[in-house]
Every structure is written in C-alpha cells, then in structure tokens.
Design a protein around this ligand. Sequence first.
Ligand code: SF4
Ligand code: SF4
Length: 556
Amino acid sequence: MNEKNKYNKADVLIVGAGPAGLACAIHLKKKNPRLDICLIEKAADLGNHNLSGAVLEPEPLHTLLDEACPQWKNTDQAKEILAQKVQKDNIMFCLGKKISFNISFVIKLAKILHLGFGQMLHKDDYIVSVSELTKWLGSIARNLDIELLTGFAAEDVFLDNQNGSVVSVKLVDQGLDKKGEKQPNYIPGEKIHADFIVLAEGCDGLVTESFIEKAKLQRKSPQLYSVGVKELIKVSQSQYEKFTSSRVVHAMGYPLWRPLIGPAMFGGGIIYPARKNHIAVGIIVGADWIYKDFNPQDALTLFKNHSFVGKFIRNGSVVEAGAKMIPEAGLYAVPNDPKTGTIGKANCIITGDSAGFVNMLKIKGLHNAIYSGIYAADAIAENINSPQFTALRYTELIKKSKLYEEMLSAANFRQTVAKFGPLIGLPLSAIADLLPRFKVEQDTKSMTAAEYKLKPNQQFDKDTFAAMADTQHREEQPSHLKILDTEICKQKCTPIYDSPCITFCPAEVYEIIRNEVKPANPSNCLHCKTCQIKCPLDNIRWTAPEGAGGPRYKRM
Ligand code: SF4
Ligand code: SF4
C-alpha cells in the first residue's frame, strides 16, 4: 500500500485481528508477499478484546507457522505461550454446594464408543491465554510487513449493486459529542476499499451481521449463544501446586443445572491454570436461560464457593476479569448463500467465530478459527485475478477439511439440548446425528417470569469486575448502546421481567433513571453483547463505539 492511499485502499482487508484474521494474514503474506494486506482491529492494542478458556489444539498452529516462521518453536514467546500442556483432564459433575464426582470415565468411554461426547477430552492440548496468543501472532504478522491498524472500529460494509461483491468497509466516525454533534476533533469514518474482504470480527460481529443482511445470506438455524464470565485469580503457591499447572477442569451441574429440581441451564464451569500461581475460573451459560433475575456472575460466585473449586482459590485475589459471548449453534447456524451455499459471497468471506466455527462437543473454537483463516488465505491466493470466486473456493476448502468434519459431527448437539433441556437433551445428544434437525428459537425469546432459585444473598460487585477488565471509552461520545423504544421497556418488559438488562449486564451499564431504563454507563461496556442477545423484547442494539474503546485484557 503506498503512503498516499495508506488507509483507504488495500488488496486484502481483514476486519478483526484475532486468531482467525491473523492466521489469514500470515498465511496469505507467505503465499503472496506482494499483496497489500491490511488488518483493522477495534481494540486499542492486540489481544485486548480476546478472551477465552482457552485450550488450544496445536495442529493448526503448526500448519500456520511451520511454513510462515520455521523457527517459531525455538522462540521465547512460543515457549512461554505453549508452556502448559494438558496432562490431566477432569470432567466433574457438581451436585449441590459440596458434592462433586469426576465423570471423566464417561467421556473416555464415549470416545472408545465413538460417541460425540468423546471429543470433550483435552489431553495434550495447550492451555493458553487467547489475549497473549493474539499479541504473539500479531508480532509475527508485523514482522512479515502486514499492515496492522489497532484502534480502528468498523461499522458497515458496502456492496456493489451489480455483482454483489463487497467494495468497502466503513470505519466509525470519531470526535462526536454525546448528542452526536461534531466536535473540533471530528474525523469522519473512512471507507476502506479492497479487492478481498475477510470478516474475522469474532462473535456476533457488527460488520458481519450487516453483510449477512445485505448479501441475503441465511442460517438454517438461528445462532445460539453462551455467555462466559471469567476471573483470573492469584492464589497461593500451595493451592497452585495442588491444582497443578497442567490440569483443566470442566464442570457440569450446580449452579446451572440440578436434575429434576432445577435450575435447568446448559453450560458449566471451567478451571484452568495460568502461569505463575494464577488460576482462571469461569462460568459459561447458554443464553437461552429462562430466569428473569439470572446473572452469570451470580453463578460464578456460587461455582467459586463450591467446595471442589473453593479449595484452590480461597483467599486469592482477582487480578483480571472479563465477559464474552460464544456462538454455539454449530454448523446449522453458519451463514451461507441460499443459492450457492457459500460461506460469504463473491469476494467477501466469513471466518472463525464470526462464521460460528465453534464445536460445542469439544467446547472449543480456537483451532477452527485458525484453520478457517488459513483456508481463507488459500482461497484468496488462488483467486487473485478472479476475486468473485473467492467465497466459492473458501467454502470448497472448508467442506473438504477436518474443521467441517468435526462441525458436522456436532451439528445437532446444541439444538438437541436447547429443545429438550439438559436432563433429556444431553443423553439424547449422544445420538444427535441420527435425529432430525430441531427447530429452536433465538435466545432473545427464551426469557420467562421464572426466578433463579439459587440466587446468592449478596449482590455481585460489578464495578470491581468492570475495573478488572480495565475497560475504557472516551466519555464524550454518543452511547454505543441503543434502546430502541423505552415505552416497550415500561409497558412490556418491566411489569413481566423486571428490566433484566440491569441484572444480566456484567458491567452495570443499564440503570433506571427517573423511571426509565437507560444505558447510563456505556463507558463500562465490556463489548460482550449479552444485552443485544438477551433483551427479551429484542429492544437493544450494540453499535460500535469509537476505536480503541473497550476492555483491555492482557492474560485472559
Ligand atoms: Fe427490558 Fe430490554 Fe428494555 Fe432492558 S432494554 S428494560 S431488557 S426491554
Ligand atoms: Fe455486555 Fe451489553 Fe453490558 Fe456492554 S452493555 S457489558 S455489551 S451486556
């Protein structure tokens, strides 16, 4: 890219510098060093908006880096990031506050019997911080001369009316005041033009969803989401040694699900060790919960207090916290062109979590994000002179891949549990691929007036949680959270559901001010997008704030 048109034209524009976008950029640059590849990322710095479990299957990383950066395994960064290999893999079932069973043998048996659940084993994978992994991949990309622009938030795509190709992506305007008036520092959002566009924004991406609508892509099943909340806790050396640095724990049951007596939610707890006496504890819960007063952070509190978990973290101090959503409806929710089946259209392709390449039987999507970035790069490299065939080639490559094979094996899993609930749905999902595809509703429609029976007495300290995510936005800008119709809140939501956005938002963004629900503290927002998915009347829209706003995760 020459200096003159540095920020408004690239050969390839990648929206989102997470693992999928960076994998695409690195692989493509290696294949065709002459291409101008530009990545734009809304976070202030790489990795700031990347939060996940995360257990990483190493194969895609080898596929990506053995070619692009042959010495990678010998670098200090690689050794540090991949320092923790999973040696012990516990799947627990928690029954009430004190009792838990290790049910790993059931999963091992499922593996022997080739049942879907057998995929849930993680031995020999790596326990990584996605934030650190992203920073590292970013440094490799920069060394390859890839243009990586952080603090650039995108809000929309523009299509060519004639052939349906995407011609440009528009960035967010900067320098508006709270009322939307232009200030002296106003900079209109540029349109960046490119021959190829790769959407790698992560879950429920703003640009991706706009593209899906404009290009008339469809999903066979609505996307279903989970909400994950996580804390990184500094513990004593003896607690850390007791847990070990090579064990991962996934827990089902309490406090999300108690068979027969309720509650009955999909999801569970995770405990992963980080380096140097730190342990990450989190709760991931299906966003189709029905309880109007449920807040995933309350479940996190209960999980942390469970006797199995508590012994590893008691008296520890939380050093970082965060929240995010996970797309988990699987293959049937991958958006595609109803006529051609392409995952994207013409010169624009959708990768990683934006496409929904998460395999909930493995509780993982990171490996698929990297793989999809690699296939996106291959498809572009093969179509340099015919960009309009890129989505077609990308889809062919995906369909021939291991990624597709495993997505297919898990295709009906989440829908089966959503349809029948955990008690019947989980065992039934063992034969989900023999069952018809079940029709499920969007998460936004699931809420009822029922109450969560296990609600803790104490209110969760959301202010501290948001502070631990180190979230920041320029205060004097329009709120990026829009309530479409406050009368709906007053007339329909508050009387039945008690304004649940106030309860479930993990950062206390929503408040009642003079009898009206408002996104009163948008600068606290963690960009988790739970509110957009979970408002029972679909009355909230998350729009992109100015670039560089949002959480600043470092080790999540
Ligand atoms: Fe209810 Fe949504 Fe209004 Fe919040 S914004 S009060 S959840 S309708
Ligand atoms: Fe998440 Fe919405 Fe709250 Fe922001 S306002 S933290 S996106 S729930």
